[in-house]
Write a protein that binds this ligand. Structure first.
Ligand code: TYD
Ligand code: MG
Length: 455
């Protein structure tokens, strides 16, 4: 029998190394490599490797003969959470919820449990707070009298024992970093403990069909719990994000085996917990009553959802040899490129001007559909002439001055119409079919010079 090779893991990032070294080659931390503790018993390992094969059979089967498990979805009662999950909870799925401390992970999951416990027997396992803290929070959420089973424990075997007896349909582990298992003797919170605890919980979820939520803390580098190892073990990875000081919270699905990724759910943190925001365009779009120069409205897309946001620009004569190009909420390189297109193809030079562009509301726009709106905002500020208030603009600008189509054109136009905009400037190839515009006047353009004529 071949002798088992020792393996070393970085306690900071989870990277594996065949031999010990003073510094981790992956993350550069010093003194973090430790030898992997003695392997768990082989029976356990085999059971673990089989947990992935849902059917638990090794017989060959043809693809077209495989029976699909009916994947019933249980709506959570929180519309925005359903959206990121792809329609609701899936039995036997393991979901990882990451985010900065204090952003509202525990609050969201407690809200979920209290709302769903009546139809889906649930259990809340807290390794960070005392039961009275949880009860106080539930009181704040107005759900203090829910008969929800709580467990303050951090030892995975004990937790699973309780769960075997209780047979919940939904289990929340808050947080996975506090969990430890008997079978390893490294300290709780170390990479091997987190990984092995998660593996046991995943196995439990698959074997019993329990939906499991794991709360994961985000490290300085932004990875969940340092070890990225967790991300590939689970079915869904959700990230909670927020702007500094904002009461809005965004949940983004970065991995979803049962739905689309990059879906976005939006919540507002209130005195009584998180409230879904079903009409986000309304919150990102609070504008002056009068049109002002340097402001345009664009329709961007987050996942499959169109979102109206305002783009502001300030163009001012520069006293620097190298005028500034500052972009907040979008790519600075792209801004420089757009200004070059404007100069080369329309003869409008801003070479002696500082250009500042900002996407209002802390939204980050990463798609090229913002190009046209950004250019027109800059131009509007440069010429000191406002773009009418009820216009909405989107489209990609190409290097030869052409306006290129963007995905989901008709959805974007309809979203603008829904919010009372009267006129949309869109790429020619995004012109909606007859009746698809929802009552908004559509100006379809092919080239940048055409757009300037329209203005
Ligand atoms: P929490 O859920 O404890 O964060 P996490 O589990 O991600 O660390 O979030 C708590 C924060 O939310 C805290 O700063 C207080 C605030 N909060 C409210 O504003 N309203 C509420 O109803 C609740 C329960 C919390
Ligand atoms: Mg918490």
């Amino acid at each position: 029998m071949p002798k088992a090779q020792p393996r070393f893991f970085c306690q900071s990032c989870g990277a594996e190394s065949p031999k010990w070294a003073g510094q981790c080659a992956a993350c550069g931390e010093w003194n973090t490599l430790t030898e992997a503790p003695s392997e768990p018993p082989s029976a356990g390992r085999r059971a673990g490797s089989r947990a992935g094969g849902y059917a638990g059979t090794t017989a060959l089967q043809q693809l077209n003969e495989v029976k699909q498990d009916a994947m019933a979805r249980v709506p959570t009662g929180l519309s925005e959470l359903d959206r990121v999950l792809g329609g609701g909870l899936v039995a036997g799925s393991v979901n990882l919820l990451g985010g900065d401390p204090g952003i509202g992970k525990s609050t969201l999951l407690l809200q979920l449990l209290c709302a769903i416990h009546a139809i889906q027997p649930s259990i809340y396992v807290t390794g960070e707070e005392s039961l009275s803290q949880v009860s106080m929070r539930a009181g704040r959420l107005g759900a203090g009298d829910t008969a929800l089973p709580l467990l303050a424990d951090t030892q995975v075997e004990a937790i699973l024992d309780q769960a075997q007896r209780l047979k919940p349909k939904l289990m929340v582990i808050d947080s996975i970093q506090t969990m430890w298992t008997d079978s390893l003797d490294s300290a709780p919170g170390s990479v091997s403990q987190v990984r092995e605890s998660a593996a046991r919980l995943v196995r439990f979820a698959k074997q019993t069909g329990t939906t499991v939520f794991l709360v994961g803390h985000v490290t300085k580098e932004g990875a969940i719990g340092g070890p990225r190892v967790l991300e590939h073990m689970v079915d869904t990875v959700l990230y909670f994000e927020s702007d500094q000081g904002s009461r809005y919270r965004l949940i983004r699905a970065v991995k979803n085996r049962f739905g689309a990724v990059n879906e976005l759910g939006i919540f507002a943190m209130t005195e009584t917990g998180l409230k879904p925001v079903s009409n986000p365009s309304a919150i990102f779009l609070t504008r002056d009553a009068q049109p002002v120069p340097g402001s345009t409205v664009l329709v961007t897309r987050e996942g499959t959802r169109p979102l109206l946001v305002e783009c502001q620009a300030l163009v001012d004569s520069s006293h620097l040899g190298n005028p500034r190009r500052v972009a907040v909420g979008l790519d600075g390189q792209r801004l420089a490129m757009l200004l070059a297109v404007l100069h080369r193809h329309c003869g409008i030079a801003m070479a002696d001007q500082d250009v500042f562009v900002n996407i209002v509301g802390g939204v980050r726009v990463t798609e090229t559909a913002a190009d046209l709106a950004v250019l027109l905002a800059a131009l509007s500020s440069f010429r000191d002439r406002p773009v009418p208030h009820d216009w909405v603009i989107f489209g990609e600008v190409g290097l030869s001055g052409e306006i290129r189509p963007v995905p989901g054109g008709e959805d974007r136009i309809r979203e603008a119409a829904k919010h009372g905009f009267k006129r949309a400037i869109v790429p020619a190839a995004n012109r909606p079919r007859a009746g698809g515009a929802g009552g908004i006047e559509v100006v379809a353009v092919k080239r940048l010079s055409e757009v300037l004529d329209t203005l």
